[in-house]
Design a binder for this molecule. Structure first.
Ligand code: NAP
Length: 258
């Protein structure tokens, strides 16, 4: 039905987890894929795995999205590698736990720097290329946490993920005249290394609360990203779509009791 073959795609946080899943879907679909993150070792591992499934080119770019200079260099590196950028998936994010009662200003700043400012800087750096593309796509990885739900210990994170949607709506209006769409994916609980660190009990409890009966996979997020990146999705902008197996739907635990 739709194709992303030949598109040049930048995925921040593409070395691991959801970003790597998004990168795999695009690579298998024939896009040129750039994955960006801070750890060179993780980038190298991702690039060699993606090379195995890719029809197009794959590059790794070292970048810290909380630093605007680094984001500018990241965008330049992708343009140098592929000749342009058609799609930016602003996916890099952190989710350290911190109770509201004891959260330090530094903990709050760190989450907002990566998740909110990092989103804005990543998108800003790509705007000239997205305008040139004429069919530019911005795809944000937000979360159900913040925009729809809450969870104790993640108030700063929830605020950052809701902030991404506020950014999205105005950015979508500003960029629409250039043929650029801006949309957000709201993952539920997706099995990644970062989430696995929360422990078996957390994962099992979450699975019980999901009508679909299981946590999602990074590829589940990648499939929606690929559609939003397609030419056929060009009339969809400023929207947020949950990919969560129905996790936000139950009114009570009884609603999902076996
Ligand atoms: P993850 O497995 O921990 O991967 C995070 C990725 O972001 C890594 O590639 C990491 O690489 C990169 N990153 C972190 N800080 C960065 C920075 N300052 N600059 C550049 N890259 C940075 O996390 P994940 O679970 O895949 O989460 C990815 C996104 O999905 C986040 O935005 C998260 O909020 C969102 N999300 C996840 C879930 C879930 O269930 N997993 C649910 C809802 C939303 P380096 O550390 O090497 O930089």
């Amino acid at each position: 039905m739709f194709s992303v073959a030949g598109k040049s795609v930048l995925i921040t946080g593409g070395s691991k987890g959801i970003g790597r899943g998004i990168a795999s879907v695009f690579a298998e679909a024939g896009a040129n894929v750039a994955v960006a993150a801070r750890s060179v070792a993780d980038l190298d591992a991702a690039v060699s795995e993606l090379d195995g499934v890719a029809d197009g080119k794959v590059v790794g770019v070292t970048a810290d999205v909380s630093d605007p200079e680094s984001c500018a260099q990241m965008a330049t590196a992708v343009v140098d590698a592929f000749g342009g950028i058609d799609v930016v998936c602003a996916n890099a994010g952190i989710f350290p736990e911190s109770s509201l009662s004891t959260m330090t200003p530094d903990e709050l700043t760190k989450v907002l720097d990566v998740n909110v400012k990092g989103t804005v800087y990543s998108v800003q750096a790509c705007i000239p290329s997205l305008k040139k593309s004429g069919r530019g796509r911005v795809i944000l990885t937000s979360s159900i946490t913040g925009p729809i739900t809450g969870y104790p210990g993640w108030s700063h994170y929830g605020a950052s993920k809701a902030a991404q949607l506020g950014f999205m709506r105005s950015a979508a209006i500003e960029l629409a005249p250039h043929g650029i769409t801006v949309n957000a994916i709201l993952p539920g609980n997706i099995v990644t290394g970062g989430l696995a660190d929360m422990g078996e009990d957390y994962l099992a409890g979450m699975a019980r609360a999901i009508p679909a009966g299981a946590l999602g996979t990074p590829a589940d997020i990648g499939y929606l990203a690929a559609f939003l990146a397609s030419d056929e999705a060009g009339y969809i902008t400023g929207q947020s779509i949950a990919v969560d197996g129905g996790q936000v739907l139950p009114e009570s635990l009884e609603a999902v009791a076996p």
